[in-house]
Design a protein around this ligand. Sequence first.
Ligand code: NAP
Length: 310
Amino acid sequence: MKALVAPSYGPIDQLTIAELAKPAPGPGQILIKLRAAALNPLDVKLATGVMREMMPVSHPFVLGLDAAGTVEAVGEGVTRFTPGDEVVAFTHPVAGAVAEYTLALDGPEVVARPDGLDPVDAAALPVAAMTAAGIVEQAGLNSGDSLLVVGATGGVGSFVVQLAAQAGVRVVATAPPSDADYMRGLGAAATVDYTSGDTTEEALRHVPGGVDVAVDLINAGPALAGTAAAVKTGGLLISPAGGPPVFDREVRASYAHIEATNGLLQRIVEATASGRLRVEVSARFPFAEAQRAVVEFAGKHTRGKVVITF
Ligand SMILES: NC(=O)c1ccc[n+]([C@@H]2O[C@H](COP(=O)([O-])OP(=O)(O)OC[C@H]3O[C@@H](n4cnc5c(N)ncnc54)[C@H](OP(=O)(O)O)[C@@H]3O)[C@@H](O)[C@H]2O)c1
Protein backbone atom coordinates (compact mmCIF):
# COMPACT_ATOMS: atom_id res chain seq x y z
CA MET A 1 0.00 0.00 0.00
CA LYS A 2 1.01 3.64 -0.37
CA ALA A 3 1.50 5.86 2.70
CA LEU A 4 2.75 9.37 3.47
CA VAL A 5 5.98 8.79 5.38
CA ALA A 6 8.80 10.64 7.06
CA PRO A 7 11.90 8.56 6.23
CA SER A 8 13.68 10.04 9.27
CA TYR A 9 13.31 13.02 11.63
CA GLY A 10 13.73 16.22 9.67
CA PRO A 11 11.95 19.00 7.79
CA ILE A 12 8.53 18.28 6.31
CA ASP A 13 9.73 18.87 2.75
CA GLN A 14 11.31 15.39 2.98
CA LEU A 15 7.92 13.71 3.45
CA THR A 16 7.14 11.35 0.61
CA ILE A 17 4.56 8.80 -0.53
CA ALA A 18 6.19 5.40 -0.19
CA GLU A 19 5.20 1.79 -0.82
CA LEU A 20 4.83 -0.17 2.45
CA ALA A 21 3.44 -3.59 3.31
CA LYS A 22 -0.32 -3.58 3.85
CA PRO A 23 -0.85 -4.00 7.62
CA ALA A 24 -2.64 -7.05 8.99
CA PRO A 25 -5.01 -6.61 11.94
CA GLY A 26 -3.74 -8.27 15.11
CA PRO A 27 -6.04 -9.37 17.94
CA GLY A 28 -8.41 -6.55 18.88
CA GLN A 29 -7.45 -4.48 15.83
CA ILE A 30 -9.45 -3.22 12.85
CA LEU A 31 -8.00 -2.77 9.37
CA ILE A 32 -9.52 0.29 7.67
CA LYS A 33 -9.38 1.21 3.98
CA LEU A 34 -9.09 4.99 4.02
CA ARG A 35 -11.63 7.37 2.52
CA ALA A 36 -10.35 10.49 4.30
CA ALA A 37 -7.69 11.46 6.86
CA ALA A 38 -7.31 14.77 8.71
CA LEU A 39 -4.08 16.56 9.62
CA ASN A 40 -3.15 17.73 13.10
CA PRO A 41 -0.19 19.75 14.44
CA LEU A 42 0.99 16.54 16.17
CA ASP A 43 1.64 14.96 12.76
CA VAL A 44 4.16 17.70 12.04
CA LYS A 45 5.69 17.52 15.53
CA LEU A 46 6.12 13.73 15.34
CA ALA A 47 7.50 13.82 11.79
CA THR A 48 10.04 16.58 12.39
CA GLY A 49 11.17 15.10 15.70
CA VAL A 50 10.48 18.12 17.92
CA MET A 51 8.74 15.70 20.30
CA ARG A 52 11.24 12.87 19.98
CA GLU A 53 12.13 12.92 23.71
CA MET A 54 8.51 12.60 24.82
CA MET A 55 7.00 10.69 21.89
CA PRO A 56 9.65 8.89 19.81
CA VAL A 57 8.54 7.26 16.56
CA SER A 58 10.10 4.56 14.39
CA HIS A 59 10.93 5.10 10.71
CA PRO A 60 9.60 5.12 8.10
CA PHE A 61 6.97 6.98 10.12
CA VAL A 62 3.45 7.09 8.64
CA LEU A 63 1.68 10.38 9.40
CA GLY A 64 -1.96 10.72 10.44
CA LEU A 65 -4.09 10.18 13.55
CA ASP A 66 -7.62 10.74 12.25
CA ALA A 67 -9.34 8.40 9.79
CA ALA A 68 -12.66 7.77 8.10
CA GLY A 69 -12.97 4.68 5.96
CA THR A 70 -14.35 1.22 5.36
CA VAL A 71 -13.55 -1.80 7.51
CA GLU A 72 -11.45 -4.14 5.36
CA ALA A 73 -10.78 -6.88 7.92
CA VAL A 74 -10.92 -7.42 11.67
CA GLY A 75 -8.54 -9.19 14.02
CA GLU A 76 -9.29 -11.94 16.50
CA GLY A 77 -11.89 -11.00 19.11
CA VAL A 78 -13.40 -8.05 17.23
CA THR A 79 -17.18 -8.43 17.14
CA ARG A 80 -18.44 -4.83 16.88
CA PHE A 81 -17.50 -4.43 13.21
CA THR A 82 -17.42 -6.54 10.08
CA PRO A 83 -15.84 -5.88 6.67
CA GLY A 84 -17.76 -3.24 4.73
CA ASP A 85 -18.77 -1.17 7.78
CA GLU A 86 -18.13 2.58 7.52
CA VAL A 87 -16.16 3.89 10.51
CA VAL A 88 -14.47 6.95 12.04
CA ALA A 89 -11.28 6.32 13.99
CA PHE A 90 -8.49 7.80 16.09
CA THR A 91 -5.63 5.57 14.95
CA HIS A 92 -2.73 6.82 17.09
CA PRO A 93 -0.49 5.17 18.23
CA VAL A 94 -1.43 1.95 16.44
CA ALA A 95 -0.82 3.14 12.88
CA GLY A 96 -0.66 6.24 10.67
CA ALA A 97 -3.85 7.32 8.92
CA VAL A 98 -2.43 9.07 5.84
CA ALA A 99 -2.16 5.76 4.01
CA GLU A 100 -4.32 3.57 1.84
CA TYR A 101 -4.88 1.32 4.87
CA THR A 102 -4.56 1.91 8.59
CA LEU A 103 -5.19 0.06 11.83
CA ALA A 104 -7.16 1.08 14.89
CA LEU A 105 -7.90 -0.51 18.24
CA ASP A 106 -11.36 -1.96 18.77
CA GLY A 107 -12.33 0.43 21.55
CA PRO A 108 -13.79 3.90 22.08
CA GLU A 109 -11.38 5.12 19.37
CA VAL A 110 -13.50 3.59 16.58
CA VAL A 111 -17.21 4.21 15.96
CA ALA A 112 -19.63 3.65 13.08
CA ARG A 113 -19.98 6.55 10.65
CA PRO A 114 -23.66 7.46 10.25
CA ASP A 115 -25.02 7.89 6.70
CA GLY A 116 -25.67 11.60 7.35
CA LEU A 117 -22.00 12.36 7.99
CA ASP A 118 -19.69 12.38 4.98
CA PRO A 119 -16.20 10.85 5.30
CA VAL A 120 -14.38 14.19 4.94
CA ASP A 121 -16.25 15.79 7.83
CA ALA A 122 -16.00 12.56 9.83
CA ALA A 123 -12.21 12.37 9.48
CA ALA A 124 -11.93 15.93 10.80
CA LEU A 125 -13.44 14.98 14.15
CA PRO A 126 -11.50 12.55 16.36
CA VAL A 127 -8.42 14.44 17.64
CA ALA A 128 -9.76 17.99 17.49
CA ALA A 129 -13.25 17.38 18.82
CA MET A 130 -12.27 14.83 21.50
CA THR A 131 -9.52 17.17 22.78
CA ALA A 132 -11.97 20.09 22.77
CA ALA A 133 -14.63 18.13 24.65
CA GLY A 134 -12.06 17.14 27.29
CA ILE A 135 -10.96 20.77 27.66
CA VAL A 136 -14.52 22.05 28.03
CA GLU A 137 -15.23 19.39 30.65
CA GLN A 138 -12.04 20.32 32.52
CA ALA A 139 -13.05 23.99 32.36
CA GLY A 140 -16.14 23.21 34.47
CA LEU A 141 -17.94 26.32 33.26
CA ASN A 142 -21.54 27.25 34.03
CA SER A 143 -23.98 29.22 31.93
CA GLY A 144 -23.06 32.91 32.16
CA ASP A 145 -19.35 32.27 32.86
CA SER A 146 -16.71 33.72 30.52
CA LEU A 147 -14.08 31.89 28.48
CA LEU A 148 -11.17 33.20 26.41
CA VAL A 149 -10.03 30.84 23.64
CA VAL A 150 -6.58 31.58 22.19
CA GLY A 151 -6.17 29.69 18.92
CA ALA A 152 -9.94 29.57 18.44
CA THR A 153 -9.89 29.46 14.64
CA GLY A 154 -8.13 26.08 14.33
CA GLY A 155 -9.21 22.48 14.77
CA VAL A 156 -9.47 22.21 18.56
CA GLY A 157 -10.47 25.84 19.07
CA SER A 158 -13.44 25.74 16.71
CA PHE A 159 -14.93 22.88 18.75
CA VAL A 160 -14.10 24.48 22.13
CA VAL A 161 -15.93 27.65 21.03
CA GLN A 162 -19.03 25.72 19.95
CA LEU A 163 -19.23 23.40 22.95
CA ALA A 164 -18.77 26.23 25.45
CA ALA A 165 -21.19 28.59 23.67
CA GLN A 166 -23.81 25.83 23.56
CA ALA A 167 -23.49 25.53 27.34
CA GLY A 168 -24.36 29.23 27.70
CA VAL A 169 -20.78 30.41 28.25
CA ARG A 170 -19.76 33.89 27.03
CA VAL A 171 -16.89 33.05 24.66
CA VAL A 172 -14.21 35.53 23.63
CA ALA A 173 -12.33 34.03 20.68
CA THR A 174 -9.06 35.07 19.01
CA ALA A 175 -9.46 35.53 15.27
CA PRO A 176 -8.11 37.66 12.45
CA PRO A 177 -10.75 40.05 11.05
CA SER A 178 -11.37 37.66 8.14
CA ASP A 179 -12.49 34.96 10.62
CA ALA A 180 -14.57 37.15 12.96
CA ASP A 181 -17.89 36.23 11.32
CA TYR A 182 -16.88 32.57 11.28
CA MET A 183 -16.23 32.66 15.04
CA ARG A 184 -19.51 34.44 15.74
CA GLY A 185 -21.26 31.82 13.63
CA LEU A 186 -19.85 29.17 15.96
CA GLY A 187 -21.24 31.04 18.96
CA ALA A 188 -18.46 33.41 20.07
CA ALA A 189 -19.84 36.52 21.77
CA ALA A 190 -16.75 38.58 20.87
CA THR A 191 -13.50 38.22 18.96
CA VAL A 192 -10.04 39.67 19.54
CA ASP A 193 -7.64 40.17 16.65
CA TYR A 194 -4.33 38.54 17.60
CA THR A 195 -2.72 39.68 14.35
CA SER A 196 -2.80 43.38 15.16
CA GLY A 197 -3.35 43.91 18.87
CA ASP A 198 -2.54 42.58 22.31
CA THR A 199 -4.79 39.57 22.93
CA THR A 200 -4.74 39.96 26.72
CA GLU A 201 -5.56 43.68 26.69
CA GLU A 202 -8.33 43.15 24.17
CA ALA A 203 -9.81 40.25 26.15
CA LEU A 204 -9.77 42.37 29.33
CA ARG A 205 -11.58 45.11 27.44
CA HIS A 206 -14.38 42.63 26.71
CA VAL A 207 -14.37 41.07 30.20
CA PRO A 208 -13.06 43.64 32.72
CA GLY A 209 -11.54 41.87 35.72
CA GLY A 210 -10.67 38.83 33.64
CA VAL A 211 -12.34 35.72 32.27
CA ASP A 212 -13.30 32.78 34.45
CA VAL A 213 -11.26 30.41 32.27
CA ALA A 214 -8.78 30.83 29.41
CA VAL A 215 -7.90 28.02 27.01
CA ASP A 216 -4.57 28.67 25.28
CA LEU A 217 -3.95 26.38 22.30
CA ILE A 218 -0.94 28.35 21.04
CA ASN A 219 1.51 29.21 23.79
CA ALA A 220 3.57 26.92 25.99
CA GLY A 221 5.75 27.29 29.07
CA PRO A 222 6.42 30.80 30.37
CA ALA A 223 4.66 32.31 27.31
CA LEU A 224 1.37 31.26 28.93
CA ALA A 225 1.80 34.02 31.52
CA GLY A 226 0.44 36.57 29.04
CA THR A 227 -2.81 34.63 28.70
CA ALA A 228 -2.95 34.02 32.45
CA ALA A 229 -3.04 37.81 32.84
CA ALA A 230 -6.45 37.80 31.11
CA VAL A 231 -7.85 35.38 33.74
CA LYS A 232 -9.59 36.66 36.86
CA THR A 233 -8.02 36.02 40.26
CA GLY A 234 -8.91 32.48 41.26
CA GLY A 235 -9.62 31.53 37.64
CA LEU A 236 -8.23 28.73 35.51
CA LEU A 237 -5.93 28.48 32.50
CA ILE A 238 -6.01 25.32 30.37
CA SER A 239 -3.38 24.44 27.78
CA PRO A 240 -2.60 21.27 25.83
CA ALA A 241 1.12 22.17 25.93
CA GLY A 242 3.21 22.44 29.07
CA GLY A 243 3.76 25.42 31.32
CA PRO A 244 4.25 26.57 34.89
CA PRO A 245 1.74 25.10 37.36
CA VAL A 246 1.27 28.52 38.99
CA PHE A 247 1.56 32.09 37.76
CA ASP A 248 2.52 35.28 39.56
CA ARG A 249 -1.15 35.79 40.39
CA GLU A 250 -3.63 33.37 41.83
CA VAL A 251 -4.49 31.61 38.57
CA ARG A 252 -4.61 27.82 38.48
CA ALA A 253 -3.18 25.99 35.47
CA SER A 254 -4.29 22.69 34.07
CA TYR A 255 -2.77 20.79 31.15
CA ALA A 256 -5.10 18.97 28.80
CA HIS A 257 -4.51 16.04 26.48
CA ILE A 258 -6.67 13.96 24.20
CA GLU A 259 -8.50 11.08 25.83
CA ALA A 260 -10.84 8.76 23.96
CA THR A 261 -13.16 8.18 26.90
CA ASN A 262 -16.00 5.70 26.51
CA GLY A 263 -18.76 7.00 24.26
CA LEU A 264 -17.11 10.39 23.58
CA LEU A 265 -16.37 9.91 19.87
CA GLN A 266 -19.83 8.39 19.42
CA ARG A 267 -21.47 11.49 20.94
CA ILE A 268 -19.34 13.79 18.77
CA VAL A 269 -20.14 11.88 15.59
CA GLU A 270 -23.88 11.91 16.40
CA ALA A 271 -23.84 15.64 17.24
CA THR A 272 -22.11 16.42 13.94
CA ALA A 273 -24.38 14.17 11.88
CA SER A 274 -27.44 15.84 13.40
CA GLY A 275 -26.06 19.35 12.77
CA ARG A 276 -25.64 20.29 16.45
CA LEU A 277 -21.85 20.48 16.01
CA ARG A 278 -20.33 22.18 12.98
CA VAL A 279 -17.14 20.98 11.39
CA GLU A 280 -15.17 23.37 9.21
CA VAL A 281 -12.95 21.73 6.59
CA SER A 282 -11.07 24.63 5.01
CA ALA A 283 -8.96 22.60 2.58
CA ARG A 284 -9.02 19.16 0.95
CA PHE A 285 -6.15 17.55 -0.90
CA PRO A 286 -6.09 14.30 -2.89
CA PHE A 287 -3.78 11.69 -1.34
CA ALA A 288 -1.30 12.15 -4.21
CA GLU A 289 -0.76 15.72 -2.90
CA ALA A 290 -0.48 14.75 0.77
CA GLN A 291 3.05 16.13 1.16
CA ARG A 292 1.92 19.53 -0.14
CA ALA A 293 -1.08 19.34 2.20
CA VAL A 294 1.21 19.00 5.24
CA VAL A 295 3.48 21.84 4.08
CA GLU A 296 0.48 24.16 3.56
CA PHE A 297 -1.14 23.05 6.82
CA ALA A 298 2.08 23.84 8.72
CA GLY A 299 2.70 27.15 7.00
CA LYS A 300 -0.61 28.82 6.18
CA HIS A 301 -3.45 30.19 8.28
CA THR A 302 -5.72 27.24 9.09
CA ARG A 303 -9.42 27.69 9.67
CA GLY A 304 -10.86 24.48 11.10
CA LYS A 305 -9.38 21.33 9.56
CA VAL A 306 -7.36 20.17 6.55
CA VAL A 307 -8.37 16.78 5.13
CA ILE A 308 -6.74 14.38 2.67
CA THR A 309 -9.04 12.30 0.49
CA PHE A 310 -8.44 8.87 -1.04
N1 NAP B 1 -1.97 17.33 24.08
C1 NAP B 1 -2.89 16.84 23.25
O1 NAP B 1 -3.43 15.73 23.44
C2 NAP B 1 -3.32 17.69 22.09
C3 NAP B 1 -4.41 17.32 21.31
C4 NAP B 1 -4.79 18.14 20.26
C5 NAP B 1 -4.07 19.30 20.00
N2 NAP B 1 -2.99 19.61 20.75
C6 NAP B 1 -2.21 20.83 20.49
O2 NAP B 1 -3.08 21.94 20.56
C7 NAP B 1 -2.63 22.94 19.66
C8 NAP B 1 -3.79 23.38 18.76
O3 NAP B 1 -4.18 22.29 17.93
P1 NAP B 1 -5.15 22.52 16.70
O4 NAP B 1 -5.38 21.21 16.08
O5 NAP B 1 -6.30 23.35 17.08
O6 NAP B 1 -4.18 23.42 15.74
P2 NAP B 1 -4.56 24.22 14.42
O7 NAP B 1 -5.71 23.58 13.75
O8 NAP B 1 -3.29 24.44 13.69
O9 NAP B 1 -5.12 25.61 14.99
C9 NAP B 1 -4.36 26.64 15.54
C10 NAP B 1 -5.06 27.95 15.20
O10 NAP B 1 -4.55 29.03 15.98
C11 NAP B 1 -4.24 30.14 15.13
N3 NAP B 1 -3.14 30.92 15.73
C12 NAP B 1 -1.81 30.87 15.46
N4 NAP B 1 -1.13 31.73 16.22
C13 NAP B 1 -2.03 32.33 17.02
C14 NAP B 1 -1.93 33.31 18.05
N5 NAP B 1 -0.76 33.84 18.40
N6 NAP B 1 -3.06 33.69 18.67
C15 NAP B 1 -4.25 33.17 18.34
N7 NAP B 1 -4.43 32.23 17.38
C16 NAP B 1 -3.32 31.82 16.72
C17 NAP B 1 -3.87 29.47 13.82
O11 NAP B 1 -3.99 30.32 12.71
P3 NAP B 1 -2.71 31.11 12.09
O12 NAP B 1 -1.47 30.37 12.43
O13 NAP B 1 -2.87 31.24 10.65
O14 NAP B 1 -2.82 32.46 12.66
C18 NAP B 1 -4.88 28.34 13.74
O15 NAP B 1 -6.13 28.79 13.22
C19 NAP B 1 -1.44 22.33 18.89
O16 NAP B 1 -0.24 22.74 19.50
C20 NAP B 1 -1.63 20.85 19.09
O17 NAP B 1 -0.44 20.11 18.98
C21 NAP B 1 -2.60 18.84 21.80
